[in-house]
Design a protein around this ligand. Structure first.
Ligand code: GLC
Length: 877
């Protein structure tokens, strides 16, 4: 013990090997403070020539660090919501010790920190220079996070800038492939390497750079006081959980906001929007919201409507068709005496002392860092909400002044702002402007008693408390699509779970293939909105031909079917900060194959998605980490780790379900038992209430005789019937205890039980869990409707790509004009097929005798219903 104490107090720790023999963390601080250190009200303070460092333990896994020129006071934080000192931490010797972190400050005021096992994580290579530069020894680790960025997941190798920017580059019709900075500034570094993960959050809203390209990691901002938070792991999930405890829990959007949204800049009038709404319904493509961009305003004036083209009655008419309406509001307010928003803002002193140019012409910007101005902004938001608008879209809030485009034009640095009661300049506040605007908007909507929906282009750490985020003006290119997935994953890892992109890309003229692929990615994005610029064709799902329309119907149908799972992931994000769409490294931190894997993602803990991101792809590699995986629609089994080659089609979105998965859907709970027990928390509420939903813990316990599925609710049970389906029941079924009824589907190899819900419901599925053949063929049922006068002398047949178009598999006649039968096909593969009357000379034709394009289907249990117009021999071609 004595030896341990001496070791702990002897010296600061520098980067090197972990020290397994080092004393436990808490004991490293168990001796008298070194001479340059003092304990001031729960903070360890180190004073050196010209600088001082304050280290304050906040929780067992978070230490606040503040580097300052001597005597410079700490500025207020606009991101941190909870920073109470941790009473259980110890301050002594040369440092601060919490249960998860040990931090020391040496005689030169350099900070060094380790994990509980002694692994060094943080190592100042120079003392703070008193002017905003921090230099640390780089670790041999990966750095994730940093919010919205181009490139892959691992941020090492580049210098990154934090400065909210309108990233539009006219040459690309959106952001440049290597663009940096983007619209958001979220200075959260997630370091992953030896010893696990830890985080570093630099709470700075000035222009800042972080150089991660060499042997030193250098943080630079023009400031005399720099605040950082050292955040313990050991998992990425632990770091992000602690980070959102510090900067605020994500707001749960209303349930409709998890649906599909359709937008475009330029819908000209109400009639067009009503027609778009009707078309969604007639096409059978689910959607919940339509968006109004600036063309719906009166001369681009925020908080107004072009009443002639978008009368107030429109919103009720769209509501009657089941659509919510979201409107854009820009912060640049037209300078125009007589315009009520300008007049009331001027009268209240709400505008900053600068005039610039924005969409409406000469404009002024509200000082949203001032409480009274936020209240005024909230009144404008309320006036729009009074009209029935359900959500607010905050754009150009970097804030952007014109000319936009590549230059990152914004308000002048020296402009004086309120700073929430501590006057400062735009230079200091820039990155927080969008955060303040989102806060004012969210608070105004929340005050109305229903759950707000806000989308914001710009943001800072803490934006998750108020808004969903989209990736701005992404070009409609294959590169834009490929970069979108890692960008969404990076934002998600940075505490912002509700993220999405312009489906189809912003610049427009997406090819049908690009749009289909983007929609497929959109169908698993937490926020799913198609949007496009003006003066180009719209990007509604039916604009790209029948195949793409059908693909949109299928993929958005899947999204809506999985809505209880998706919505529950939203609630999980509120509880823990876990992203809804997360990189594989989040779930499989020990698998080196996924350390920088960014073309696959996990939708929650259980569903692996491998969207197709490249033009002309005819199949794609999918890496499946260790464990058993079930292809979602067919139940085909793969044993990981493995890389498979997935067959694809226009409608394909390869999805694999991890063993142990529990997927609540709109009509069932889908269970994929593994070898270990697993659980999932289903969250349910009315979709808009501010608090108080029901959490149901669903537990699956596999055993030698099948599996038990149990439900436990945290509030009163409503009378309802639950359908629980266990997948890949290949062996003999003997019954389901606790169920009202059960049914085995031999094609799907699943066992469905039905039971009345109860405070505690346990269903014991009894079956032989052995799997003899992981991918047995599947019998797909075809029902073909043919011209009623088609002779029944020869059978209607199916011919498919599954056997390179050789066998003509006959169906049976049901009645004149209808044939039905099954075809055995490779489970879990896409195939193409045509209908014949037994030979190619009798193959189906279009009504105009044109060639029928190959029909396409995924081989999973179920029925395929098709209609044939006419036959080749009737066409005579
Ligand atoms: C910005 C937005 C875009 C919007 C346009 C017009 O470019 O990023 O989504 O359509 O402004 O308001």
């Amino acid at each position: 013990m004595l030896l341990a104490t001496l070791v702990g107090c002897a010296s600061a720790t520098h980067l090197g090997e972990p020290q397994p023999d080092a004393p436990p963390v808490a004991e490293r601080c168990a001796c008298a403070l070194a001479a340059n250190l003092s304990n001031e009200a729960g903070s360890l303070v180190a004073r050196c020539t010209g600088i001082e460092v304050h280290a304050t333990p906040l929780t067992d896994g978070v230490i606040e660090l503040r580097y300052a020129a001597t005597g410079v006071a700490a500025p207020a934080s606009w991101a941190v919501v909870s920073a109470m000192p941790d009473p259980t931490a110890t301050i002594g010797g040369t440092g601060v010790c919490t249960a998860q972190l040990a931090l020391t400050i040496d005689a030169q005021c350099q900070v060094h920190a380790t994990l509980p096992d002694g692994t060094p994580i943080l190592d100042d290579a120079q003392p703070f220079d008193g002017a905003g530069t921090l230099v640390r020894t780089a670790r041999a680790d990966r750095v994730y996070g940093l919010g919205e960025r181009t490139g892959g997941l691992d941020r090492r190798g580049r210098t990154w800038t934090f400065w909210n920017t309108d990233a539009y580059d006219p040459a690309f019709g959106g952001w440049h492939p290597d663009q940096d900075p983007m619209y958001q500034a979220i200075p959260l570094e997630l370091h992953a390497g030896a010893g696990g993960a830890f985080g570093l959050f630099t709470d700075e809203t000035r222009r800042m750079t972080l150089a991660l390209g060499g042997p030193l990691d250098t943080t630079r901002a023009e400031t005399t006081s720099l605040a950082q938070y050292v955040i313990a792991g050991p998992k990425l999930a632990d770091v992000v959980r602690r980070y959102v405890a510090l900067t605020g829990a994500p707001a749960l959007p209303p349930r409709w906001a998890f649906g599909f949204h359709q937008s475009r800049w330029g819908y000209p009038d109400a009639a067009t929007l009503l027609a778009v709404a009707d078309r969604f319904r007639s096409e059978g493509i689910p959607a919940d919201a339509l968006w109004l961009d600036i063309q719906a305003q009166n001369g681009f004036r925020s908080f107004t409507f072009d009443e002639a083209h978008f009368p107030a009655t429109l919103i009720g008419q769209l509501a009657a068709k089941g659509f919510h309406v979201v409107v854009i509001e820009d912060p640049g307010i037209k300078v125009e005496p007589g315009f009520s928003v300008y007049d009331s803002g001027s009268a209240g002193g709400h505008f900053l002392g600068y005039q610039g140019t924005a969409w409406p012409g000469t404009a002024v910007w509200p000082d949203v860092s001032r409480a009274a101005t936020r209240a005024w902004w909230g009144q404008q938001v309320a006036s729009v909400a009074d009209r029935g608008v359900a959500g607010i879209w905050l754009d150009v809030n970097e804030p952007t002044t014109f000319p936009e485009g590549g230059g990152g034009t914004t308000l002048p640095d020296d402009l004086v702002v309120d700073g929430d009661g501590a006057p400062t300049t735009m230079a200091a506040l820039h990155n927080a402007y969008g955060l303040f605007e989102a806060r004012a908007t969210f608070d105004a909507l929340a005050a109305r008693g229903t759950r707000p929906f806000v989308l914001s282009r710009a943001g800072y750490a803490g934006i998750q408390r108020y808004a969903a985020v989209w990736t701005g003006d992404v070009p409609s290119t294959w590169d834009g699509l490929a970069q979108t997935l890692p960008m969404l994953l990076g934002l998600g890892m940075s505490g912002v779970p509700f993220v999405g992109s312009d489906i189809g890309g912003y610049s427009g003229n997406a090819t049908p293939e690009l749009y289909a692929r983007w929609l497929e990615l959109g169908s698993i994005s937490p926020f799913a909105r198609a949007h496009v610029t003006n003066s180009v064709p719209g990007q509604e799902p039916w604009m790209f031909g029948d195949d793409v329309t059908a693909a949109a119907r299928a993929r958005l149908g899947d999204r809506y079917h999985l809505m209880p799972y998706l919505y529950s992931l939203g609630a999980e994000a509120v509880r823990t900060g876990a992203p809804i769409l997360r990189p594989l490294v989040w779930e499989f931190p020990d698998d080196a194959m996924v350390a920088d894997l960014s073309d696959e993602a996990m939708l929650g803990p259980y569903v692996l998605a491998a969207p197709i991101l490249h033009e002309g792809a005819t199949s794609r590699h999918v890496y499946l980490p260790a464990g058993r995986w079930f292809e979602l629609h067919s139940g085909r089994i793969f044993e990981g780790p493995t890389t498979i080659e997935a067959s694809i089609s226009t409608a394909a979105l390869p999805l694999y379900v991890r063993a142990g998965a529990i997927l609540p859907t709109t009509d069932s709970v889908e269970v994929y038992p593994g070898t270990e027990p697993s659980s999932f928390t289903l969250y349910e509420d009315d979709g808009a209430q501010l608090a108080g939903g029901t959490h149901t813990t669903i537990t699956v316990t596999p055993n030698a005789d099948g599996a038990t599925v149990a439900f436990d609710h945290d509030s009163a049970v409503v009378a309802r019937t639950l359908n629980v389906r266990v997948h890949r029941v290949d062996g003999a079924v003997t019954g389901v205890d606790g169920a009202q009824s059960f049914k085995y589907d031999p094609d799907d190899r699943s066992l469905l039980a039905t039971a009345a819900d109860a405070a505690h419901l346990a269903l014991a599925f009894h079956y032989d869990p052995a799997i003899a053949d992981p991918d047995p063929p599947v019998a797909v049922t075809f029902e073909v409707h043919v011209p009623a006068d088609t002779s029944q002398a020869t059978p209607i047949s199916i011919v498919s790509s599954a056997d390179t178009w050789t066998a003509q598999t006959p169906l049976a006649w049901v009645t004149a004009g209808v044939a039905r039968g099954t075809v055995s096909l490779p489970r879990g593969e896409w195939f193409q097929y045509k209908v014949t009357r037994g030979s190619w000379t009798t193959v189906e034709k279009l009504a105009n005798c044109g060639e029928v394009t190959n029909r396409s289907r995924f081989a999973a249990a179920g029925s395929q219903v098709d209609t044939v117009a006419t036959w080749r021999d009737r066409c005579g071609n």
